[in-house]
Structure formats: C-alpha cells, structure tokens
Design a binder for this molecule. Structure first.
Ligand code: ATP
Ligand code: MG
Length: 459
C-alpha cells in the first residue's frame, strides 16, 4: 500500500516537473523571441527540437526545401507531390491550391503550420508543413546585405519503433511514387523531321488511349501484352546480344485508327514519338544523324510507307564505295539496318512502327519474318468497335437502335473514323444514332457491302 502511494506521489512529481519544464520552455521561447538575435534563436530552437526528439517516443525527420541553402532537395519535391495525392480535403481547414500552367493539374498542398496524417504499412506518420524566416548573414563578398530568407520544410513524426520503416521503406516509397506521378504527368512530345536532319517537337495532344480505341478486344490486349513484355525484357535483349527494339507494321484502310493506335502505344509506354517523314530525308547520312538525334525510350514512326519510299534490296549494291552508300537515297531496308546497328549499342528500348494502307504493295523483304515483329490489321468497324465508339462519344452502353445498327455494321464497310464523325456531330444521342443508321443504309445502297458479313475484316 505504502509503495503504491509512493509510486503515485513520484508520478505526480514527474508530471509537475514535466509541466514546469514545458512552462519554462515556453517562457524561454518567449524571452528568446524578445531578446535573442534570430540566428542564435534558430540554433536554440533546433536544440530544443533535438531535446524533444530524445525525451519523447516520437521521432521526427525534417526535410528542408534546399539542401545547403541553395540547391533543391529532391526529397522535398517528392514529398510535396506525394502528399498532394494523400491529403484529405475533408480533414483540412486550410489548403493551398496551385497550378503552374493552364493545362497542368491542380496541386493541393498544406498551408504553413498545416498537419496531416498518412498511414503506411500499418504505421502512422504525422506530417507538418513549416515555413520559417531566417536571417541571412551580411556578406559583402557576394553582395548580400542580410535580410530575411524563407526556409520551408516538411516534418514527419512517427513512433520511434518505426524509425527503420520510415527511413528504409516509407521515404523511398514516397520518392518512387512521386517519380511515377511525375512520369505520368510529363507531357509527351511528337517530333517531326525537317530537311536535312533536325527534329522539331510539339506536345502530343492526341486523346487516343487503349481504352478509347475501337478495335477487336483480343487484338488490343495482345498488343498491350506485347508492349509490356517488351519493356520488361531489357536484360534479355542484352544477354542475347540483340538491339532492344520491337517493330510493328500497322495496315488497313484510311480512318481505321492506325495513327490513333500509335498515340495509344506512346501514351501507354510514356514514350515520345518521332514521326519520320522519309520524303524529307535525302541521304543515308541525314537519316543516320536523325536516328542518332532521337532520345532514349521512344517510338519512331514511318507512315504510309508504300507511298513514301521504295523498299530496295541492298544486296545489289555491294560494289558501292562507302561514300556512295552514304549519299544513296534512303530505303526502308536501309532504315532497318541502321536501326539494328545504331540501337544494338545504345541498349535503350525503341519501338519502330510502319503504317500502310496497302500491305500487298509492300516489298516481300519487309514482310518476311523477323523484319517487323507484329503485323497488326486495323479493319472496318465491327459491332464491338461501334460499341466502344458509342461509349466514348455518348457515354452509353446500350440503346434501342443497337440491334439494327449492329446488323448493318456487320454488312457494310464503314470505318471507325466515319462512325466517330457521325456520333460526334450531334450531342443528342437519339439523333446521332439515327444519323448513323441513315449513313449505313446509304452505304449499303451504294454497294459498300462487306464480302464477309461477320468479320469486319478488310478483304
Ligand atoms: N479504331 C478507332 N478507334 C477510335 N477512334 C478511331 C478509330 N479509327 C479512327 N478513329 C477516329 O478517326 C480519326 C482518324 O483516325 P486515324 O487517323 O487514327 O486513322 P488512320 O488509320 O491513321 O488513317 P490514315 O490511313 O488516313 O492515316 C481519329 O482521330 C479518331 O477520332
Ligand atoms: Mg494515320
């Protein structure tokens, strides 16, 4: 009984001592604020922060915006990006919202002194955003005449038993998540070549993604799988000593989505597109310079290859001098040979895509196995692709006119571009679908029937 009372007593004393320490710390802070110069004050408070670290079960990590007062701390920017996705708008009284340009997404962040809690792997992390003014020392040598500088930092507190987790898992997780977010937001570029050998970029604003692409679902999935497999195989290509590249030949009538598929592939991979206009390339040496000027992890596209260039066999040119070869007009096989030679050394993933409206016009040398890894046929609209287009443009999954439209689509040669155009022309779904029926019927009358009623494949 006695020992119990004693324990209570000493517990009360401990609380009283803690309270008086806290009171004196506050007092100290007040006095210090009044009397002590700012530089010393900052040092003192950081010592008090240090004290707090050791006397409580909470640990704190401070992530300052600048590492040595100058260079940006990339963990700080990663934390900012990451927290913007975790912030609960409901729980915050004040939030800051910003955006760097009109097309950028809004970034939500905490205001000074704001706090939020994030849970990672069962551990609780309390974040606080701090902004302090610190005095800049007089330094005549670099024209600095003192004044104040704003120092921003994030502080994250957690129970000391999570220290390992914080440093070894949580912070690395934040950095990699932020990188993935940035990669996703980074605007892709499409480069076009200009005579003789320069690339000029514009932002890729093509809205096409695999979700909005109207094509056979199985074929779509097999393309996505092929791209994903390719991206994972860097080491495999290195081991077998082959250039880490993959070639796709897209063929089909105009308006069936070949260019849309290329945009969807670029967006899926987050690769830039180099749209190579071969008619602008005068010689192999220009082509070589263009290929060298491409950035890593990109897609090179040559559209309408049946019209733009001859596919000449190079075997007939064996007696040429090296100079003659460089000056020679560009051929597709020359392009493919260059690509093999240049890219096997660089070890970076590249995709090469050729498109044509007339596969049968292409030289057999391009079609033989091993030249282009995958031949993809983009065909006329099928009931399945019609449904994707209707859902894209009118957000519907069914309508009373579907059976009639689908029957007609099975019989008529209509491209997804034609269907898309009619659906887009009218906001009223009933009217748009009726217009489509009219179009299909008039095509039918003009003899635009498919030879094979069900496949939707171009013959
Ligand atoms: N399969 C499709 N899925 C979704 N939209 C499509 C599809 N095909 C065509 N479109 C629509 O039609 C427009 C033109 O299509 P796109 O430029 O992709 O056709 P293409 O096959 O490249 O034609 P071309 O042979 O004339 O270059 C696209 O911007 C898109 O709006
Ligand atoms: Mg096209």
């Amino acid at each position: 009984m006695v020992s119990y009372d004693k324990a209570i007593e000493s517990y009360k004393n401990a609380i009283a001592t803690a309270a008086s320490i806290a009171a004196s710390l506050m007092l100290v802070r007040g006095v210090v604020n009044e009397l002590v110069p700012p530089e010393v004050r900052d040092m003192l408070f950081s010592r008090l922060g240090y004290l707090r670290w050791h006397t409580s079960s909470q640990h704190t990590i401070i992530i300052e915006q600048r590492t040595d007062g100058l260079s940006n701390n990339h963990i700080y920017s990663a934390v900012k990006t990451y927290l913007a996705t975790r912030i609960s708008t409901a729980g915050q009284q004040h939030l800051r919202v910003s955006s760097t340009d009109e097309n950028e997404k809004m970034l939500v962040s905490m205001v000074e002194g704001g706090e939020m809690v994030d849970v990672f792997d069962g551990a609780m992390f309390k974040w606080c955003f701090i902004s302090r003014e610190i005095a800049i020392r007089n330094d005549p040598s670099n024209n600095s005449d003192g004044g104040q500088q704003e120092v921003r930092s994030f502080e994250v507190s957690f129970h000391k038993r999570h220290k390992e987790k914080a440093l070894k898992s949580y912070l690395p997780f934040i950095v990699s998540t932020a990188k993935a977010i940035k990669d996703q937001e980074k605007s892709l570029q499409i480069y076009m070549n200009q005579y003789p050998d320069t690339w000029s970029p514009v932002d890729l604003r093509h809205p096409s993604t695999f979700d909005t692409l109207a094509m056979d679902q199985k074929l779509k999935q097999s393309i996505i799988d092929d791209l994903d497999r390719f991206i994972k195989r860097k080491d495999y290509y290195k081991r077998i000593g082959k250039a880490w590249k993959r070639g796709y030949l897209l063929y089909g009538p105009p308006g069936t989505g070949k260019s849309s598929l290329i945009a969807a592939m670029a967006i899926h991979l987050r690769f830039n597109i180099y749209d190579l206009d071969l008619a602008e390339v005068q010689s192999n040496s220009d082509l070589r310079r263009l290929l060298i000027g491409m950035s890593n992890q990109s897609i090179i596209v040559a559209e309408d290859i049946d019209c733009s260039i001859e596919m000449k066999q190079r075997e007939g040119h064996k007696l040429q001098s090296a100079k003659e070869k460089e000056e020679e007009k560009v051929t597709l096989s020359g392009l493919l040979n260059f690509v093999d030679g240049l890219w096997s050394a660089s070890g970076e993933g590249r995709i090469i895509i050729f498109t044509t409206n007339y596969k049968e016009r292409l030289d057999q040398a391009l079609l033989r196995p091993g030249r282009m890894d995958m031949h993809i046929h983009m065909g006329y609209c099928t009931p399945e692709s019609f449904q994707i287009l209707a859902s894209n443009y009118h957000s519907i999954n069914y309508h009373v006119t579907y059976p009639e439209i689908e029957e007609l689509i099975k019989m008529v040669m209509v491209t997804p571009a034609e269907v898309a155009e009619v659906l887009m022309r009218n906001d009223d779904t009933d009217v748009a679908l009726q217009d489509l029926i009219d179009l299909l019927k008039s095509k039918m009358k003009q003899g635009g029937e498919k030879k094979d009623g069900s496949s939707g494949e171009e013959k």
